[in-house]
Structure formats: structure tokens, C-alpha cells
Design a protein. Structure first.
Length: 166
């Protein structure tokens, strides 16, 4: 679910549970319902499943120049594939190990399968003769900066995020 500020600026994406709680606690209003027209029912209430909700009060959000490095975002960036062998990734690896001065930065972190991560340990790629299948970069674009790299945005979100510069 896309969460908008009171000024209709996109803030982030939230889970269905969080969206429903915000609406039920009267902190947000449903702007667009689910495209399928789904409805949540309880013994006393009926609520359309939201696709876009808007906060009732304005929330000041500091501008972030860089996308925050999280495990979920890194896995999305690397498409859940190991940067060394291409298999399904389950862990994060630092290309230059932190024990050797490497930082916890987008440019130094890649998704990795457990086997490659274990075999690499705290060694450099040159020591193993390995190469990276991808070059680790900072993600760019509206979806990364504002909505946490949501993989599949709802078409109903387009009017709210199309005007924002990447």
C-alpha cells in the first residue's frame, strides 16, 4: 500500500496490516481501494482494501540523499541472486571484508549464497581468484528513494509518483 503525506506526497509503502490500522485509528484515509474491489469485513465494520492511503496530518520528512542500506533493499537490488555464482542468495557479503577496512556501503555489499559467503570468509576476491558478476552500486530512482524499492507498484500509484524527479 502506498502511503501519502497529507499533502499527497508519496512517503513510503506499508503493509496491509499497517494501512488498515492507520485507517481504523483515523490517522489516514483511503484514497484508492484495491483494483479488484476487495473488502475487509468484521462483525461491525466493512472497509475496502486500500491501495493508496493518505495521512490526515502532515509529517515532515527529512530529505535523504542516499537510499538506506537494508538487507531487503540489497536483495532486491541484486534480484536475490548470488553476486559470485548466480544461485539464489540468502546472505549479504562485504566484497572487501569489514575486518580488512571495508565499509557497510552499497558499493561494498552484495547478495551471496551461503556456500560462497562461507568459502570467501574474510578474504579478498584477488586472493581467491573470484570475480563479481555485477558491480555493486547505489540504487537510483523514485521507487528506491521514496518507496523502499517496492518491486511492483500498483498502477493506481502512478499519478502520485510520476511527477517526482529521479
Amino acid at each position: 500500500m502506498l502511503l501519502l503525506n497529507a499533502s499527497y506526497e508519496p512517503l513510503t509503502t506499508v503493509s496491509l496490516r499497517r494501512a488498515i490500522l492507520l485507517v481504523l485509528r483515523e490517522k489516514a484515509d483511503v484514497v484508492h481501494g484495491d483494483a479488484a474491489g476487495s473488502v475487509l469485513r468484521s462483525t461491525t465494520n466493512m472497509l475496502p482494501v486500500p491501495s493508496v492511503i493518505r495521512l490526515r496530518r502532515y509529517v515532515r520528512v527529512p530529505y535523504r540523499r542516499r537510499v538506506p542500506l537494508t538487507r531487503a533493499a540489497l536483495m532486491r537490488r541484486d534480484n536475490h541472486h548470488c553476486a559470485y555464482c548466480g544461485r539464489r542468495a540468502e546472505t549479504i557479503d562485504h566484497v572487501i571484508p569489514r575486518s580488512r577496512g571495508g565499509g557497510h556501503l552499497w558499493e561494498n555489499c552484495v547478495a551471496s549464497c551461503k556456500q560462497c559467503n562461507h568459502r570467501k570468509a574474510d578474504r579478498l576476491l584477488d586472493e581467491l581468484g573470484w570475480t563479481l558478476n555485477v558491480t555493486p552500486r547505489v540504487p537510483r530512482g523514485v521507487s528506491w528513494r521514496l518507496i523502499n524499492g517496492a518491486e511492483h507498484g500498483d498502477p493506481q500509484w502512478e499519478p502520485y509518483i510520476s511527477h517526482i524527479a529521479a
